[in-house]
Design a protein around this ligand. Structure first.
Ligand code: SAJ
Length: 426
C-alpha cells in the first residue's frame, strides 16, 4: 500500500486541528481547510484558536517545520479528512449541510485513487450520503472501479477523544475504521497508523457510525441512571454520593456521578441520532436523554426553594459555568442553562458567578445587571446560597470555614464527595 504524503483536513475545530497537527508532526504534509479566515490566519501563524493542552506545541512545531499550513480553499491531496460539525435540527434530525459543503470543495479536486474519510460524528448512513453526494458531482468516478471508472476510497473513522486529553488520546485510543469498501477501510487504517498506537479495527461504514453513537449513548444512559438516583435520593432524604460510593463496592457495579445535567457537544447530541434512526425501538436511549435534559430545571427549582425562607437581600453564588471540570468549554453547558434561568427568574437578587476558566460572562449572562463575574472566594463570601455546578479543582478547594452558615446546593458532590472507584475512573 502506498504511503500517503499529502492530506487535506477540512474543518479546523476541536477535532480537525489536533488531527491535522498530529499527522503533520509525524511527517505528513497537511493542509488544513476552514471557512473562517481568522482560524486559517491563526494556524498559519502557528497559533491555536482554542484551549487544548499540548495542542499549541504541536501546531507551532508543525507550522515551523513547514508540514502544516491552512487555507480557505480545498487543495488537491492524496487523502481528505472531513471533520466538520454535524449539529441537529429543530426536529433532532442531523444537519448534514456542512458535510455537503466540504464535499463540494473536495469533488473538483479528485482524480481517482484518493482516500476520503468522514470523521464528524454522524447519523447512520452519513458516509454513504457523502459518497453519493460526491459521485453525483463526479459521475466519472466510482467507489469500486465499476464500469472502468476510477475509484475513490470512502471511509468513516469517528474520533473518540476526550476534550482536555485530545493530544494523548489521539495517539493511545483504539480506532474504528469503517469503509464503504474493504479497500477503503484498509487504506484509512494505514493512514491512521501513522500516529495511532492503539488498535485500529476495521468494519463497514454504517457500523463505524453506530459504534461512535453507541459509545456516547452508553455514557448518557449511565449518567441518566446516576441523575435519576440523585432525584430519588433527595426525595428519600439519602445522601446520593454515599449511596453510590457504597454500591460501587460491589465488584460488578460502577455507577457514574450525578450532576446538573449533561453538557458538551457529543453526549447530549449523539443519542438523538440513534433515536431519529429508530424512534420506536430507542425507548431507553430517548428516556435517558429526557432524564438528563430535565436535570437543570430540577436544580433550578431546588435553588428557588432554598431562597423561600431567606430575606429579599440574600445573594446567590453560582460556582462554575463550564460543561465539566477543569476545562474552559462552555458549549451546551447545563451550568449556563441553570445560571441564566436563575438570573432571569431572580431578577431582583444578585447572582455572583464564578468561573475561573473564563474572563468574561457568556452571552446568556452578559448584560444582566443582577449578574457579576467574580472570583470563587468573593462569590461565596457575598452569598447566602451557594450552588456548585462544576467540580473544578478550584471549587473543590474551597475551605469549609468560608461555607459556614450558608445553604449549599452541591450538584456535583464537589465539596463532600469522597473518591469512589467510578469517580476515579472518570
Ligand atoms: N458527566 C456527568 N457524570 C459523569 C460523567 C460525566 O454528569 O459521571 C457529564 C459531564 O459533566 C459533562 C457530560 O457528562 O457535562 C459529558 O462529559 P464526558 O466527560 O462524559 O464526555 P465529553 O462530552 O467530554 O466527551 C465524550 C467522550 N465519550 C465517552 O466517554 C463515551 C469522548 O471520548 C468522545 O470523543 C466525545 O464525547 C465526543 O467527541 O463524542
Amino acid at each position: 500500500m502506498n504511503t500517503i504524503n499529502r492530506v487535506a483536513v477540512i474543518g479546523l475545530g476541536y477535532i480537525g486541528l489536533p488531527t491535522a497537527a498530529i499527522l503533520a508532526t509525524n511527517g505528513v504534509e497537511v493542509i488544513g481547510v476552514d471557512v473562517n479566515q481568522r482560524t486559517v490566519d491563526a494556524v498559519n501563524a502557528g497559533q491555536v484558536p482554542f484551549v487544548e493542552p499540548d495542542l499549541g506545541v504541536h501546531v507551532a512545531g508543525a507550522v515551523s517545520q513547514g508540514n502544516l499550513s491552512a487555507s480557505t480553499l480545498t487543495p488537491q491531496a492524496e487523502a481528505y479528512i472531513v471533520a466538520v460539525p454535524t449539529p441537529f435540527r429543530e426536529d433532532r434530525s442531523a444537519d448534514l449541510s456542512y458535510i455537503e459543503s466540504a464535499a463540494r470543495g473536495i469533488a473538483p479536486q479528485l482524480q481517482g485513487g484518493e482516500l476520503l474519510i468522514l470523521e464528524s460524528t454522524s447519523p447512520p448512513g452519513a458516509t454513504e450520503h457523502m459518497a453519493n453526494y460526491i459521485l453525483n458531482l463526479r459521475p466519472d468516478l466510482s467507489l469500486d472501479g465499476a464500469d472502468s471508472k476510477p475509484a475513490i476510497l470512502v471511509a468513516h473513522c469517528p474520533e473518540r477523544v476526550l476534550p482536555g486529553r485530545v493530544m494523548i488520546e489521539l495517539v493511545t485510543n483504539d480506532r474504528i475504521v469503517g469503509g464503504m469498501t474493504a479497500e477503503a477501510a484498509e487504506t484509512a487504517k494505514h493512514l491512521y497508523a501513522v500516529f495511532c498506537q492503539g488498535e485500529i479495527l476495521t468494519t463497514d461504514a454504517v457500523t463505524a457510525e453506530m459504534a461512535k453513537l453507541v459509545e456516547n449513548s452508553y455514557r448518557d444512559v449511565n449518567i441518566a441512571f446516576a441523575n435519576e438516583l440523585s432525584v430519588i435520593s433527595d426525595k428519600l432524604g439519602i445522601d446520593v454520593w454515599e449511596l453510590i460510593r457504597l454500591a460501587n463496592h460491589h465488584p460488578r457495579v460502577n455507577i457514574l456521578q450525578p450532576g446538573p445535567g449533561v453538557g458538551g457537544h457529543c453526549i447530549a447530541v449523539d443519542p438523538w441520532f440513534i433515536v431519529a434512526a429508530a424512534p420506536e425501538e430507542s425507548r431507553l436511549i430517548r428516556t435517558a436523554r429526557e432524564v438528563n435534559d430535565a436535570k437543570p430545571e430540577w436544580v433550578f427549582q431546588q435553588v428557588v426553594a432554598s431562597l423561600e425562607s431567606l430575606p429579599a437581600t440574600a445573594e446567590v453564588s453560582v460556582l462554575g459555568l463550564a460543561f465539566k471540570a477543569n476545562i474552559d468549554d462552555l458549549r451546551e453547558s447545563p451550568a449556563i442553562e441553570i445560571a441564566a434561568h436563575l438570573a432571569e427568574a431572580l431578577s431582583d437578587r444578585r447572582i455572583n458567578v464564578a468561573e475561573p476558566h473564563v474572563e468574561e460572562l457568556p452571552k446568556q449572562l452578559a448584560g444582566r445587571n443582577n449578574v457579576e463575574l467574580v472570583s470563587i472566594e468573593e462569590s461565596v463570601k457575598r452569598s447566602d446560597v451557594v450552588v456548585v455546578l462544576v467540580d473544578h479543582d478550584d471549587v473543590k478547594a474551597i475551605s469549609p470555614e468560608l461555607l459556614a452558615g450558608k445553604i449549599v446546593i452541591d450538584t456535583r458532590g464537589a465539596l463532600t464527595r469522597e473518591p469512589t472507584p467510578a469517580a476515579a475512573a472518570v
